[in-house]
Structures are given as structure tokens and as C-alpha cells.
Design a protein around this ligand. Structure first.
Ligand SMILES: [Zn+2]
Length: 291
């Protein structure tokens, strides 16, 4: 997908987010892309029942909040270079909510390797899906999506209506809390981190890398934060090219997007795609995410 069509697609998704966000902002998963800096604080987005209690949350006010420069890093994996055998990394975020059995069952039955980014919150409420992941170590690489699904930005900001961590201490708490929950759940120590909304500021990226993590960007937004329809989601993911890192969601079983994700996995398999996990391939990124 070229930049122009990506921008158009993202813009379309941002419109659907705008209406969705007006109803229930915190339930939104990830980056239904907002083309501009975070909008003015939406009080309803803070302190709703779905919002976790945070330790350090600096006050946000229009007078004091300075929007940090946010980046949304790209990530590509080494291409296979073999025609008809595109190498693709499927990555799924499990932000909060439940497990999407439509996707999970296809991954398992078709023996498709994937990288799953889990939060402590999601792990807590999905022990059965966790057991499926752990029972198939040849398929699933589990990585860190944070403790409470709070954007890993070390300055006060609202991203898609979600309050960012807001300080280095809170970023550390979000990252470390995610890892701690994974270890407590019997998962191998994570090596990759992807923050809520997949947006960061550069100082947070440096901090997270100093904690030993690699930052998991992506190159293909498969499901528009799980807000896209089934058909468009299928089309996007089925169009994955050699070297693509696809991001989509495995935590929204009631959304149409998941149906498209499941179909696209079958599409890609039928095309001879080599599915790889992030831990098994060389990669290149931007926004100071790689050496
Ligand atoms: Zn997420």
C-alpha cells in the first residue's frame, strides 16, 4: 500500500473512530489513526469504569499540557525474496476484553505462527486463551503490550481519548507491570514491547529500549484498531507483501473485523505465505527503534 492510499485508508478509519469514540472512547483498541496531535482533553475519557487506576497521572489542562511529538514506528522484517512465498509476520494485540475464537481457532487449526501482544489486564480475564497459547509454543510468541493498556508516552497527552502514562516512572510501571504479569502467568520473559495505541515519544522509546526491549512497530494496519468491516479487513491483510509486519486484534470477538482477519489468514496461507514470528527474523525499523 503506498503512502497516499494508506493515508486515505487511515483517514477513513479515523472517521469511523470519531463516531465510535464519541460513544465509548476508552473501549477503542488501537490507533484508529488520528492525523493530528491529540485533541483537547475529553473529560469523559478519564476515570470511566474501564479506565484503570493509575499511580502517577499528571494533571492535564489546556494551559499546562504541551503535546509531545509522537511517533508511530514502522517495522519490517527481512524479505524472503522468493516469488510466491512472501514472508509475513502476523502480530495481534490482546489489549483488554476477550479472546476472538474466530482468529485463534484458525491459527491453531492451520498451524499458523503468530506473535501475540498481551496486557496484564487481558491475561487476567482470559485464562483459557492463555492456555491455548501456552499449549502451542511452536505457534505463539507472547510479547508485552503493557500492564493496563496505557500509551507509553512519558509526558501528559491524550491519544484517541486515552490518557498517556505521562511520566518516565509511569512508562516504567506500564512496561514492567506487563512483563511481571506475563512471568507470573508462566510466559517466557518478553523481548518486544508494543504500547497501547502503538504511539510513543522518542524519549519513551529510548527508555523502553534501555529496559532491554525492542519496540514493535508494524508496516500494515490490518484492522484499523478492530473497527473496520470484515471485507476491508480481509482485503488489507490479504494484500500483505514480502517483509510486512501486520497488526490486528485478537480481543474483539464481537467486531466484524475479526471475521475478515480469520479469512485473510486462510487467503495468505493459500498463497504460499511464510508466516514468521518476530523473534525469528531480522527486522528494520525507524523512529530510533533499531540500531
Ligand atoms: Zn492494544
Amino acid at each position: 500500500m503506498n503512502r497516499l492510499s494508506l493515508a486515505a485508508a487511515l483517514f477513513g478509519a479515523s472517521i469511523s473512530l470519531a463516531s465510535a469514540a464519541a460513544v465509548k472512547p476508552v473501549a477503542t483498541d488501537v490507533f484508529p489513526p488520528a492525523p493530528e496531535a491529540p485533541a483537547a482533553p475529553a473529560p469523559a475519557a478519564i476515570g470511566t469504569p474501564n479506565t484503570p487506576a493509575l499511580a502517577p497521572k499528571p494533571a492535564l489542562s489546556p494551559k499546562t499540557a504541551v503535546s509531545p511529538k509522537l511517533v508511530e514506528p514502522h517495522l519490517h522484517i527481512l524479505r524472503s525474496g522468493i516469488k510466491g512465498q512472501a514472508r509475513v509476520a502476523l502480530t495481534f494485540d490482546a489489549c483488554m476484553g476477550k479472546a476472538d475464537e474466530r482468529i485463534l481457532s484458525v491459527l491453531v487449526s492451520e498451524r499458523i505462527p503468530a506473535t501475540i501482544f498481551v496486557t496484564a489486564r487481558w491475561l487476567k480475564y482470559n485464562p483459557q486463551a492463555l492456555q491455548v497459547f501456552l499449549a502451542n509454543p511452536d505457534l505463539f510468541e507472547l510479547e508485552n503490550h503493557g500492564k493496563n493498556h496505557i500509551p507509553a508516552v512519558d509526558k501528559p497527552a491524550l491519544i484517541y481519548g486515552i490518557a498517556a502514562a505521562g511520566s518516565p516512572e509511569a512508562v516504567h510501571q506500564e512496561v514492567q507491570g506487563g512483563a511481571d504479569a506475563m512471568l507470573a502467568a508462566g510466559i517466557t520473559a518478553p523481548h518486544w514491547f508494543r504500547g497501547s495505541t502503538a504511539k510513543y515519544d522518542l524519549s519513551a522509546i529510548a527508555q523502553i529500549r534501555a529496559m532491554g526491549y525492542r519496540i514493535a512497530g508494524y508496516s500494515l494496519n490490518g484492522d484499523g484498531g478492530s473497527l473496520l468491516g470484515a471485507a476491508v479487513t480481509e482485503k488489507r491483510i490479504s494484500g500483505a507483501r514480502d517483509g510486512d509486519v501486520v497488526i490486528s486484534h485478537i480481543n474483539q470477538p464481537t467486531h466484524a473485523a475479526g471475521e475478515g482477519v480469520a479469512k485473510a489468514i486462510l487467503d495468505l496461507k493459500s498463497k504460499g505465505t511464510q508466516f514468521v514470528r518476530l523473534q525469528h527474523v531480522e527486522d528494520t525499523g525507524d523512529d530510533q527503534t533499531t540500531e
